[in-house]
Write a protein that binds this ligand. Sequence first.
Ligand code: URA
Length: 233
Amino acid sequence: MRLVRLIANLGYGSRKDVTALFRQGRITDEAGEVLYADDKVEHAAIRIDGEPLDPPAGLTLMLHKPTGYTCSTKDRGQLIYELLPPRFRERSPLLSTVGRLDRDTSGLLLMTDDGALLHRIVSPKAGLHKIYEATLAQDLRGDEAVIFASGELMLESEQTPLAPAQMETLGPRHARLTLTEGRYHQVRRMFAAVGNHVNSLHRPSIGGLSLQDLPSGQWRQLGPEHLETLFGR
Ligand code: URA
């Protein structure tokens, strides 16, 4: 790919903006030699104002999403993209979320610009376990785990029952759910279906990947080794 397009696709500006950066001599190699738009150079060797370029296409990251942020590129209120470098919102291909978390849900959110990877993660075939910890408005009744595991629970306005889900009781109003699907507001609707209400919801892990020490609001780029952990190999 020509350098102007490659750099513009990373969100550094329009092709016209990037052409201007070349003209101003702000794009160099590692040694500070000025680069020209038709040079052939490795991504890793390019500097803009002395800084290495953002990661190339194929970027995957995990974000510790705080509550109060929406998984959208445009919406009212705070957006998860505000937690990332501003250029990440301008990339092409688009860096999109792998599934979504509600505005009021915190936890592990994956983002990628790799469409094939995204489909692989959300595919029912992958059967990746998504863990949720819910704090509830009412005490658990005691029959929830059996209902959720039945594979027969039908949520309002759905055509097919939910796949079996595991529930572990952590306290009278505190439960951990393991899901293999990701239907709209699934956890909140599951608890609503058994007469309860989710007060707060957190997702600590997806597949073999967990938030571990990643602080709320922070993100980390994922490499092949993290993807192996995610898919449990
Ligand atoms: N289920 C929900 O209800 N909300 C989420 O954000 C994720 C799963």
